[in-house]
Design a protein around this ligand. Structure first.
Ligand SMILES: NC(=O)c1ccc[n+]([C@@H]2O[C@H](COP(=O)([O-])OP(=O)(O)OC[C@H]3O[C@@H](n4cnc5c(N)ncnc54)[C@H](O)[C@@H]3O)[C@@H](O)[C@H]2O)c1
Length: 500
């Protein structure tokens, strides 16, 4: 730790985050002063530290001697005066601006004049906290992710008031602690939460509008969007009260309706249904609820009409004449063929409604989309003329081919693209505004949110012209200005070159 320019670090608030941050610092061989509000809270803080390091010992990742040394480096106190000789203090008290401003005023009073003071806020303005002190040049944000000892990303935030050097010194410490620092300016939600919560908020609105069910949205984003968990599972894990607070704070700055918390989210929070921690949120964790898997029937007979791209699971099964098939997949510009037997389901991969209405079998037609040709997801879209039983039958037939079916209304982007392209557009907008560079944006989503790839890399993989086409369709349908492709995407798509 010789390259580290801090010799003693204070942590204020030893709750979920503060205890984790204190552990990270002590593991990095720094002496730490942990401050809590009263003796009982201090004991809880000690408990967090002992439990977390104890778990590491049990798993064989830490020896008992090393645990003793780590805990020995942390001095616990309820007296802010014990922070007097720290050259960095990290605040991790609850997310309330008035409280944080009070704590910073007190830190300003007790700490050395040259000490850097950092806040772990997720969504409050670092600048508003900085101006509560007499040393705004020495105030930074240092946003660890939960659980701090595990998560690699730390966003380091400088305001317009922060002096040159303070951000770099903190980023240097973060790196020496084995984490990945991403240095950004003071915008609500920084990089990771700003991008993540736009998507989560939009998922709730999608559910509330009746476009698709909770389970189908979660399934679509894991099986087709490649995410480790769906948006509702993730929000239940984060806590719906936290989600509401973060969305409110981001909306306050962005005025983007996708950040305005959906009434459904507010309703759940008011009802005390906060997610896993209360046993119920979007899901009920009492054990009564079990996902009902789609019933995969026998392998159906399939005919393909047209030459559009299809997953191997469909093309391998194809070969029957349309007149004899259970499922007719219509791709490219092809029309729905005539002479189909009764009960045949027709699935169209392009624009659906006009071809459905032009056929004599409109009630038997669904749309079919594949977000990724090599992913197992099949998105079934239904129009105003699709018969109720048709989508269920289509799901059964597609499950018979080994695909995971989900259903939604026939709208631009179905589920996966309707949720991922606005998120990718937001990332491109950050790049276009020079808020963060491509590496920082990708690192934030990979190491802060567990995404398998970052959004800039995703855009290049999916293709910018596909992004622009999908976003234009979403914009035309909703007239939501934030869904129009950002100028940077338009420009690079026109120039036919990737973002990197
Ligand atoms: N929990 C997360 O997932 C997460 C992730 C990243 C950032 N954050 C941010 O970290 C901060 C802390 O969140 P948390 O989840 O650890 O909260 P928490 O409620 O678990 O812990 C807060 C701690 O601060 C203590 N405290 C309250 N007032 C105090 C005071 N005046 N002086 C000293 N200690 C005081 C409380 O006793 C409590 O132990 C918030 O700003 C939050 O937005 C949280």
């Amino acid at each position: 730790m010789s390259s580290v320019s801090f010799s003693k670090v204070g942590v204020v608030g030893l709750g979920t985050m503060g205890a984790g941050i204190a552990e990270v610092l002590a593991r990095g061989e720094l002496p730490v002063v942990g401050i809590e509000i009263d003796a009982a809270a201090l004991e809880r803080g000690r408990g967090h530290l002992e439990k977390s390091t104890g778990r590491a010992v049990k798993r064989g990742r830490l020896t008992e001697d090393a645990q003793r040394e780590i805990l020995g480096r942390v001095t616990l106190s309820t007296d802010f005066g014990d922070l007097a000789d720290c050259d960095l203090v990290i605040e991790a008290v609850p997310e309330r601006l008035d409280l944080k401003r009070r704590v910073f005023a007190e830190l300003d009073r007790v700490c050395r004049p040259d000490a850097v003071l950092a806040t772990n806020t997720s969504s409050l303005s670092v600048t508003e906290i900085a101006v509560a002190t007499e040393r705004p040049t020495k105030i930074v944000g240092v946003h660890f992710f939960n659980p701090a000892p595990v998560m690699k990303l730390v966003e380091v935030i400088g305001t317009v008031l922060t002096e040159d050097g303070a951000v770099g010194r903190v980023a240097g410490l973060v790196e020496a602690l084995g984490k990945i620092p991403v240095t950004v300016g003071d915008r609500a939600g920084f990089v990771a939460n700003r991008l993540l919560f736009g998507y989560l908020g939009q998922a709730v609105t999608m559910l509330e509008s009746g476009h698709a069910t909770r389970d189908d949205i979660d399934t679509a984003m894991t099986k087709g969007g490649g995410l480790p968990m769906g948006p509702f599972t993730l929000m239940d894990l984060i806590g719906l009260d936290t989600c509401l607070g973060v969305l409110d704070a981001i909306y306050e700055e962005s005025r983007d309706r996708r950040h305005a918390p959906s009434p459904l989210l507010r309703e759940l929070v008011t009802a005390g249904l906060l997610g896993r921690k209360t046993g119920r949120g979007f899901y009920d964790y009492a054990g009564a609820e079990a996902a009902i898997p789609h019933q995969a029937g026998p392998v159906p007979s399939v005919a393909v009409v047209g030459d559009g791209p299809l997953p191997a699971l469909v093309t391998d099964a194809a070969g029957d004449e349309p007149g004899a098939a259970d499922l007719v997949v219509v791709t490219g510009d092809a029309a729905v063929p005539g002479g189909l037997k009764p009960g045949t389901i027709i699935a169209i991969t392009g624009p659906v409604l006009e071809r459905a209405v032009a056929s004599d079998r409109a009630a038997d037609v669904v749309g079919l989309r594949f977000a990724e040709l090599d992913a197992p997801l099949a998105e079934i879209t239904t129009t105003a003329v699709t018969a109720d039983a048709t989508a269920a039958r289509a799901a059964e037939l597609l499950a018979g081919l080994g695909l995971t079916p989900v259903r939604c209304r026939d709208r631009a982007g179905a589920i996966v693209d309707a949720l991922r392209f606005p998120y990718l557009n937001d990332a491109a907008a950050m790049l276009g505004a020079a808020y963060a560079d491509a590496d920082a944006i990708d690192a934030a989503m990979k190491y802060g949110c567990g995404y398998p790839t970052g959004p800039i890399a995703d855009l290049d993989r999916l293709g910018l012209s596909r992004a622009v086409t999908t976003l234009r369709a979403l914009h035309t349908e909703t007239r939501d200005p934030s869904l129009a492709p950002t100028p940077l995407l338009e420009e690079y798509a026109t120039a036919n070159r990737p973002l990197r």
